[in-house]
Ligand binder design. Sequence first.
Ligand SMILES: C[S@@+](CC[C@H](N)C(=O)[O-])C[C@H]1O[C@@H](n2cnc3c(N)ncnc32)[C@H](O)[C@@H]1O
Length: 304
Amino acid sequence: MPVCPYCSSGDAKPQLSTSKTLFHFCSVCGVVFKKLDGESHGKLTESVYSTQSWGEDRAESIAAHGPRLKGTLDWYQSQSPLKGSDHYLDIGAGVGVLVHYLCEGFGIEQSNISALEPVCEIAQLLQAQYPAAGVFNQNLEQVDRDVFSRDIDGVFCFGVDYLFHDLNIAFQTIKSLVKDGGRVMISRNVFLNMPCFYGGVQIQTAEHLFEPNPLISVFMFPDQYKELLNRWFKITASNVADEKYVRDMKCDPVTGQKNMFKASVAGKILMMDCIADHSYKRDAQPVRNPGRSRKYLHKLGVDI
Ligand SMILES: C[S@@+](CC[C@H](N)C(=O)[O-])C[C@H]1O[C@@H](n2cnc3c(N)ncnc32)[C@H](O)[C@@H]1O
């Protein structure tokens, strides 16, 4: 039986499956997770994301995803201004919509931006558009810690951390890349009880939740997520905002399929502003409440 990576209990059972996916349900903390093999997960990432995942071209990608990313950056800027001389790392940078705003709207030099992007064609496009930025065709799990040697002042981890193979280990890795006292800025909208994905289709069945993006490795409640984050970083501020979906989207941001849906349900995005203090480490205090996960999953037609 797999050990739950989030509460270390050995009571996680492979009980939760839909037609396409198999998850483990931890009967101690209620987290739902997948055990992933690095190599096949890498191949899957290449098949899920492409240069068209954000829009057909650069202009469309910025129009579709710019408002969300600009709104998120504005909130971080209101907490503490970004600094032009600081070195930033964007994890899961995609085609560079965030990099665009960092350079155009926030005065960050391209040469002060590093980016991790595991999909080769996306990383190549990003590097071609931002030749002075340091683009690394790697996922977080493969990152060469020596390249950054705790040289990063600020990390952006926007819309990506639910894709990491093991979120707990990933936070440890991120901490190792950042300077003592550096900033870690996270946004995420994927939770066990979320209303919809980016497209705005309401989640009413387990298939709606588990199947659209096969890369998602973990589902938990927002308070469990905060507790996990708090083991590694000091959370200085958090914010929950409504996500504004673009109606009549021309392509699905995950599959790239065209004209597939209209946005109908508003989502929520959680933003967390954190400090990586290298002397800080809290013991795990997992939220042990599997009952609410069971109840929620039951609503989606899953009995565990
Ligand atoms: C949902 S997109 C988010 C992109 C961008 N940060 C945004 O908010 O629009 C996730 C991106 O992370 C990349 N990615 C997937 N798994 C990753 C991993 N383990 N480490 C780093 N990046 C990853 C994908 O290739 C994709 O470009």
